[in-house]
Design a protein around this ligand. Structure first.
Ligand SMILES: [Zn+2]
Ligand SMILES: [Zn+2]
Length: 248
């Protein structure tokens, strides 16, 4: 799946987990070798002690490597980056240079030539809701009143026109396939459906499952993207429409 090139905090966590597992393996080898030494002594084969000693030494080495790696993983410098849309703090190992999805609002934070695309405040001319929108975007949807908004002059944030209200359309997001990470999908569903984990798992068993109904396009797209990043399949369709949206 498309992941950002810059590792996130969860990569750090994974490195730490692997290191801890290695350390535990070292301890197990050490203990098993010690027991072996004791048994050799018991059955009068004590002359074989170098075998057990070698095992113990290997255990100590593996344990130390694990310990060292766990410490190093914890001490990796991390950098706090704030989402330009929602100010959510994300941890990176280095300054991100490519698009990433914010863990707070699940919007795509865009980068161009290694630099973040600036975001500006736009006000919906119909409902006066203010939005943070990438300066690259000339069209977006107001998620308050759900109108499509277009900038007539890309350089003037005040030149916004709204689409006619009969263009207002909402969408449903339907989960069709869970994919290879059912646990991660269940965790996401817990959040999207606002339920507990066993409940999310139970609902996942009866597909297709409608995740959200009657939401603005941008929100529907964000949920679908989030589900897709977990390897699952979701479709977006017009609320009240039987067929999935073409090309979705
Ligand atoms: Zn955000
Ligand atoms: Zn609006």
């Amino acid at each position: 799946m498309a992941q950002t090139t810059n590792s996130r905090s969860d990569l750090l966590e994974r490195a730490y987990e692997i290191a801890v597992r290695l350390a535990i393996r070292g301890v197990v080898i050490l203990v098993v070798s010690a027991v072996l030494l004791w048994i050799l002594k018991l059955v009068n084969l004590y002359q074989l002690w170098p075998v057990a000693a070698l095992g113990m030494a290997a255990g100590v080495v593996i344990m130390s490597v694990g310990w060292f790696r766990a410490n190093r993983a914890r001490q990796r410098p991390s950098l706090a980056v704030y989402c330009p849309y929602c100010e959510h703090q994300m941890m990176f190992l280095a300054q991100p240079t490519e698009d990433y999805t914010c863990e707070g609002c699940h919007r795509r934070v865009q980068y161009e030539n290694g630099l973040p695309v600036p975001v500006r405040d736009l006000t919906c001319p119909i409902c006066r809701a203010s939005h943070k929108v990438s300066v690259k975007a000339v069209r977006f949807t107001c998620d308050k009143c759900n109108r499509g908004l277009t900038l007539t002059d890309p350089n003037d944030p005040k030149s916004i026109v709204a689409e006619a209200s009969d263009m207002m359309q909402n969408f449903d997001v339907i989960l069709t396939q869970v994919g290879r990470n059912p646990t991660e999908v269940a965790l996401a569903l817990q959040d999207i459906l606002v339920c507990n984990l066993p409940d999310a798992r139970r609902q996942m068993e009866a597909l297709p499952l409608t995740l959200v109904r009657n939401v603005p396009e941008r929100k529907a797209d964000a949920i679908r993207r989030r589900i897709r990043e977990l390897g699952a399949t979701a479709v977006v369709r017009l609320t009240g429409d039987a067929a999935p949206r073409p090309g979705r």
